[in-house]
Design a protein around this ligand. Structure first.
Ligand code: GLN
Length: 641
């Protein structure tokens, strides 16, 4: 048995590298790459000694086509630093330099305003079974992937369409390795974290990086990889090791590591402290990864001597020490990076300077500044279950922001815990009850977002009723649409016990039912998920007019229940119209109340496809209706203005 530790020492002591042919050892790519030895030499070395493995041949053929450039973003000191926003912003700046950018998220960082943090990368196979209370929103992709909310940041910042494979989790990696082992693919070998798990991670990264996500052909130029969690977390060790190996196998010119860290200021002295960053860089280096750039989060801009100290102790050139201090809105972050020439440092490391042009970020500057200078606001009541952690509805909040900015308005979101609106709360918590109703009554529009489980449902029904009866613009998303149906059946059809089977399996009037194709025993990935087409039943409805295409819309879904097809006729006879249905005509997708200025329910989630400069048409209509401008907008839209 050859001792790889010995080999590792031997190789690091020999300069220049010994000739491949002189090395005699069992070929095992992972163990050899543990020796921190440049990849190209290793690949050549291996080829002399192995029946060429699939993996290395795949890597060779990929590198012959074009070399993928990787920017790895890690985090240190604490979680919730805004690694996701930093990584997306790096992507934005590189894209502005004319490069094509894709991204991969490993695990999950919970939020960028740091409300709650959990250990990453988690063992869940995907984010679908994780509680929004604990982990923020589950973001849904076109392909039905239920992923980390940071993928939403990437889609919004980079204007790309990612796949579920762009979110790597420990669960997915272990599952793939265990499946291979069960199939006998490892030919009786002992399956280990190194090399099998680490190889699976590297393979996954390399093949996903090659998938185009911007609608163009061929792989992107750069793949930004965000490693969730904080360096040193037990959960991320196999990933760190795999990334270390990757950095060697792709070669120096193709790998750039940006480490995001925190520079705290201690109250009394007011000094910017570099020690936590020094420690986390040391930890990273001990694991075999050396940062090329530091992105330092701080409340105030970094002082010159803080940068010098960091440079000296962390072994990073001063020019590569970036500062991301607090800014009024996240759209400033790409501008901050550009102003510090982050792109130059990254492009230099990746040997891409000759391919890139100076970054043009006019649209980002405009967006960031417009957002800062908004004065008039619109009051939006958000009636939901998870209002304690507003990241549970991150994409809804973003979609509201995009729509408001298009109307030159500042969104003023009033969060209402649905249960506070309920009769029971009048007795148990009268103050909260009164405050919730006052907020609801002051709102210019009411939104009931998606959700699961029966908590707060009665309160949501009361909110929908209030909006319907008082002609307040209402947008019901997924659960919010089902709530509108239950409310209408109870109040207008007089079916007092009308309900969804999700909340009452014995209701005599199930107006919302379990979808036949769902699974009652498996919660993970068994919903109706991803992008589906909704056909408009008439061009003469608000949503069709707003969407600009009188035929159909394609939006992302995530639900288990649907409006009961058997009650459609009676609901429609009483004035509730189902103006959008799926391609079979049996599944209700959009409801409207024509007698109301804006009472819209959608079974899908329009928030997931909203983009900063392309707000979701439905959210736009909702905000326009709240400010009394919808009719004028629809008229000008019809006249092609
Ligand atoms: N719980 C409802 C369902 O599964 C609504 C889901 C949602 O709002 N995303 O159908």
């Amino acid at each position: 048995m050859y001792k790889y530790a010995f080999l590792s020492k031997y190789l690091s002591a020999v300069r220049p590298p010994p000739l491949a042919g002189l090395l005699r050892f069992e070929s095992n790519s992972a163990k050899i790459s543990n020796c921190s030895f440049p990849a190209r030499t290793l690949t050549q070395t291996l080829c002399l000694h192995t029946n060429t493995q699939n993996l290395s041949s795949k890597r060779r053929s990929q590198s012959q086509q074009r070399e993928m450039k990787y920017v790895l973003v890690t985090g240190g000191v604490v979680s919730g630093l805004g690694k996701g926003v930093t990584a997306s912003s790096i992507g934005v700046v590189l894209k502005a330099c004319g490069l094509r950018v894709t991204s991969i998220k490993i695990g999950a960082a919970i939020t960028f305003n740091g409300l709650i943090c959990v250990a990453d990368p988690y063992l869940n196979t995907d984010a679908g079974t994780m509680s929004p209370f604990e982990h923020g929103e589950v973001f849904v992709l076109d392909d039905g992937g239920e992923v980390d909310l940071d993928l939403g940041n990437y889609e919004r910042f980079l204007d790309v369409t990612l796949t579920k494979d762009n979110n790597i989790t420990t669960g997915k990696i272990f599952q793939s390795v265990i499946e291979k082992e069960r199939k006998g693919d490892y030919l009786g070998k002992t399956v280990q974290v190194v090399p099998h798990i680490t190889d699976a991670i590297k393979d996954w990264i390399e093949s996903v990086a090659a998938i185009p996500v911007d609608g163009k052909e061929g792989p992107a130029d750069v793949c930004v990889i965000e490693l969730g969690g904080t360096v040193g977390d037990i959960e991320s060790m196999p990933f760190i090791e795999a990334l270390r190996q990757l950095s060697f196998s792709v070669g120096q010119d193709n790998f750039c590591l940006v480490h995001v860290s925190l520079i705290p200021v201690l109250g009394v002295v007011g000094e910017q402290k570099t020690k936590p960053t020094q420690h986390s860089v040391r930890e990273l280096r001990a694991l075999g990864l050396t940062p090329h750039l530091l992105a330092c989060r701080s409340a105030q801009p970094l002082l010159e001597n803080t940068k010098e100290k960091l440079s000296q102790f962390c072994h990073v050139p001063a020019a590569n020490i970036l500062n991301i201090h607090d800014v009024p809105n996240v759209w400033h972050v790409p501008l901050l990076l550009r102003n510090q020439d982050a792109h130059d440092a990254i492009l230099k490391q990746l040997n891409l300077l000759s391919m890139a042009m100076p970054p043009s970020l006019q649209d980002w500057t405009m967006m960031a500044e417009t957002c800062d200078n908004l004065t008039n606001s619109v009051r939006i009541a958000m009636v939901g279950k998870y209002v304690g952690l507003t990241d549970s509805y991150l994409s809804v909040v973003k979609a509201l922001l995009h729509a408001c900015i298009a109307c030159s308005l500042k969104p003023s979101i009033d969060w209402i815990a649905a249960s506070d609106l309920e009769e029971d709360s009048a007795k148990s918590t009268p103050e909260a009850h009164a405050a919730a109703w006052e907020t609801l009554k002051n709102a210019e529009c009411i939104l009931v977002p998606g959700g699961f489980g029966d908590r707060g449902v009665s309160g949501m029904i009361l909110a929908a009723k209030y909006a319907r009866e008082n002609k307040i613009p209402y947008l019901g998303i997924c659960l919010g649409m089902q709530i509108a149906v239950i409310e209408f059946a109870r109040s207008v059809l007089g079916l007092e016990r009308a309900d969804s089977n999700e909340f009452d399996t014995n209701t005599p009037d199930p107006v919302v039912i379990f979808m036949p194709e769902g699974s009652r025993t498996h919660m993970g990935s068994t919903m109706r998920l991803g992008s589906r087409r909704t056909l408009f039943q008439t061009p003469d409805c608000i949503t069709a007019k707003l969407c600009g295409n009188p035929q159909y819309v394609e939006e992302r879904h995530r639900h288990r229940y649907e409006v009961n097809p058997e009650v459609i006729e009676i609901l429609e006879e009483n004035g509730l119209k189902f103006v959008g249905k799926d391609e079979t005509g049996k599944r209700m997708e959009i409801l409207e109340l024509p007698s109301h200025p804006f009472y819209v329910g959608v079974q899908f989630h329009p928030e997931f496809k909203s983009r900063p400069r392309r707000p979701s048409a439905l959210f736009l209509g909702f905000i326009l209706a709240a400010t009394g401008k919808l009719e004028a907008h629809l008229k000008s839209h019809q006249n092609g203005i």
